[in-house]
Each structure stands twice: as C-alpha cells, then as structure tokens.
Write a protein that binds this ligand. Structure first.
Ligand SMILES: [Zn+2]
Length: 432
C-alpha cells in the first residue's frame, strides 16, 4: 500500500514537472531564445564572428550577428554561451540505419541533426520515427532514398531492388521517387543505359541521383548527368589504364568481394596526374558533382607492421585522401558521410572521424565544416533552409566547448545540440 501510494505520488510529481517544463518551453518559444556572447561559425565559410548573438523564434533563426548589432527581444530567455562556439547542425549524408535506430539518436547528441541513408527500405525507419514521436523531439531530420537500384547479383541483396534492363530501372526509379525518396542511389552492377534511365527520373522529379560506382566509369556517368558519388572509391576504374580497368571490372563482376582489397590495390597503383585522372578532372571541372568520400570507412593504418598487405592497404588509403582533396580542387563539391560504423571511431563518432580525415587530406577545418553543413544541404537540395546559421533558416545548431576552426578535433567537444529550436536531451541519447 505504502509502495503504491509512493508510486502514485511519483507519477503525480512527474506529470506536474512535465507540465511545467512544457509550459516553460512554450513560453520560451513564444518570446524567443537568445544565445549570447558566443563565437559563431555560420557554415558559409566566413571567418568566425566573435562576441555574437543568435535570436531564435520557434523553430527558426530570427537574427544572427555581432551582439552589439542585435537587440535582445523583451521577455526572451537568454543563454550565456561565453567561451563557446556555435556551428550549424551537422548533416551526415551517408548514414546506414541497418537495425540500429538508436545510433541515429546517439549521433544526434554528437551534433548530427540531419542524415541521409543512401540505400534502405523506408520500413527500416519506422522504429526510429516511433522513438522520435514518443520523445516529442523534432529531429534528427531523416532523408531516405529507398533501396538502392542495382543490377543482377546485387552486392547487398537485402538493401536493393534489382533492375534487369533499362525499362525496369526506369520503373523502379519512378516508383521510389513517387513514394517520396529524397534522392536515388545507383549501385555498381547497373549497366550504363539503366543508370542513365535512373538519372533521367531524378531530373524529372528534381531530386539528386547519387551512385556507388566501381564497375561503372565515373567520367561517363558524371558527363551523363549524375549529381553525386558515394565513396571516393567510386572513381576507381576511371583512374586506371583501360586494360587494367577491364581486368578489375571482370574480377568484381565474377565476385563482388574482389573489391574489398582490390580497391586499395587500384588506388595504390593509380597515377593521380596520369592521362585517365586528367580526363576525370576535366569532367569534374565541367559538371561539379557532389562527392561523399566516406574516408573513415576505408581508413587503414600501417601500424608499423612489415607485411606487404598492410603497407598496400595504407598506401591505397593515402591515395584516397589525396584524390579527395584533388577532386575538390578540380571542382567536386565534397560533403560529409560518416558511414555509421568505421574502423577507427567509437559508436556514433564516425562523422567526427570523417571531419578529421578531411582535414588530414588537406581541407581547412572551416572547409571540412562546410562539407558537413552548407555543401551537404546543397546536396540535399535544401540550401534555402538547412546547413547555415542565417535568418529564416531552421534553428539546428551545435554548441562546442572548443574551437573547431583552430583544431578540428574540437568537433568532439559537443556541449549542447538544438534541432528546430529545441534542445536535445544529451544525457539520454549519449547512453544509446
Ligand atoms: Zn554505404
């Protein structure tokens, strides 16, 4: 009886506390929230604003700039963020949900306020959407593509739809686009004519077409209108002299697993100043496709081992970083994709590792942040609402203790995360 009464009292207190906090949240929403005395990196590539102020009204940024230039609205709730840096919410463009919806919420507590899964059935997001609704939070923002479109003998059967010819590819692409895919993804066994049919459907629906190539020649597909590439290894065969390229192609056609070590061998051998690479750069300059290099998933370290295999993998990876930087210099628009689970990052930290590897590859920290914010939003075709801290944009932002423009590893010092104007429960999702 005592226990029961105690329990009832606890429930009553919890309900009252929830009602109070909802009332407080609504009031703050009405009058606005001011983030004060803060350094601002707005995602545009501009130098940080020292001593900044951000006014948030409901789910949007109302005003942003130097504190001296912006008045504090009457009745607004002010949060003093002296010594902290605010950046836009990070966008992870290569997140595989698999059967782990909690990972998306853990990543949210790491500052990832939006993600795209580049190839998965929509049903796989039901559980995450249910959790988001139950917790009454407005994020992370989910962008889906449906399963990827592959040819026969698909590399990942459970995540694919198989198109046996051009017409089937067109019909599948049309079906996925009509079901609300925010992008479509071509997989590497799809023949050129079928891939082109998918690109055409994307153009008609005004959504981007991205691809994991390897067997298809990136130069041909980008010239044919492909909007983006997943994995720097998608450039693989386009870097080799044609006899070697065909040998690699046939090996992978025979067995999808031939690419596991094979792609490191391709990169270790590739000449980034050779005739093939030059032809690729010419297409990059002309078409400016997006490139989601997903370096973290390919990261290999020699670790002082003397084996030839380890040395080959490490040198292949070094070339992947070099090509990522070179591709950007030639016009590719590099974005950030964490790839969920990678060899050298703890759970939920793949996006942070990817940003560090971009800086390792020669990008400035500010450029790396752009890859995960404004450039990523451009690849989502959402440049008018996401990816930057600008009046009218969604109030998706991350508060850091460190200064990532000086040292990119400060991206790991996430203190608070806001999505659509609402603070995220950090303690809860860090346990996920
Ligand atoms: Zn992937």
């Amino acid at each position: 009886m005592e226990i029961r009464r105690g329990l009832l009292w606890m429930i009553g207190a919890a309900v009252a506390a929830t009602a109070l906090s909802i009332a407080a949240a609504q009031t703050a929403e009405m009058r606005g929230v001011v983030l004060d005395n803060v350094r601002i990196i707005d995602g545009s590539g501009a130098a940080p604003i020292e001593n900044g102020r951000i006014v948030i009204e409901r789910d949007r940024i109302a005003q942003i700039g130097r504190a001296a230039a912006i008045a504090v609205p009457a009745g607004a709730e002010t949060v003093d963020l002296a010594g902290r840096t605010v950046i836009p919410g990070l966008i992870d463009l290569h997140f595989h949900i698999e059967n782990d919806p909690k990972l998306a919420l853990r990543q949210l507590s790491h500052g990832i306020t939006a993600f795209r899964d580049p190839g998965q059935w929509d049903e796989k997001f039901d559980e995450l959407r249910r959790m988001i609704a139950a917790d009454n939070i407005p994020g992370p923002r989910i962008f889906t593509t449906g399963p990827h479109i592959d040819g026969e003998n698909p590399a990942y059967p459970a995540d694919s739809v198989v198109a046996r010819d051009r017409e089937e590819a067109r019909r599948l692409a049309e079906m996925l686009a009509e079901r609300g895919a925010s992008a479509l993804k071509i997989y590497f066994r799809l023949p050129f004519a079928s891939a082109k049919a998918v690109i055409d459907v994307c153009d008609a629906h005004r959504i981007p077409c991205t691809a994991h190539l390897e067997l298809l020649d990136a130069r041909e597909l980008i010239a044919a209108g492909l909007h983006g590439l997943e994995h720097v290894t998608s450039f693989g065969v386009s870097l080799l002299p044609r006899i070697e390229a065909e040998a690699y192609r046939q090996a992978v056609l025979k067995n999808n697993d031939a690419r596991r070590d094979g792609r490191y061998r391709v990169f270790a051998r590739a000449n980034l100043d050779g005739a093939e690479a030059q032809a690729l750069y010419a297409v990059l300059r002309e078409r400016r496709p997006f490139l989601d290099p997903t370096l973290a998933v390919f990261e290999r370290r020699n670790g002082g081992k003397r084996s030839n295999a380890a040395a080959m993998l490490a040198s292949g990876f070094t070339k992947m970083k070099q090509l990522t930087r070179r591709a950007a210099q030639e016009g590719a628009r590099v974005v950030m994709g964490g790839h969920s689970v990678v060899p050298f990052a703890a759970r939920g930290e793949a996006p942070w590792r990817e940003l560090e590897l971009l800086v390792d590859s020669g990008f400035t920290p500010i450029e790396a942040i752009m890859a995960a914010t404004t450039t990523a939003a451009a690849f989502l075709y959402r440049s008018d609402q996401l990816g930057a801290l600008r009046p009218g944009f969604n109030a998706d932002l991350v508060v850091l203790r460190g200064q990532p423009d000086r040292d990119v590893t400060a991206i790991r010092t996430v203190e608070r995360v806001m999505v659509a104007g609402q603070w995220v429960d950090m303690a809860k999702y860090r346990e996920y």
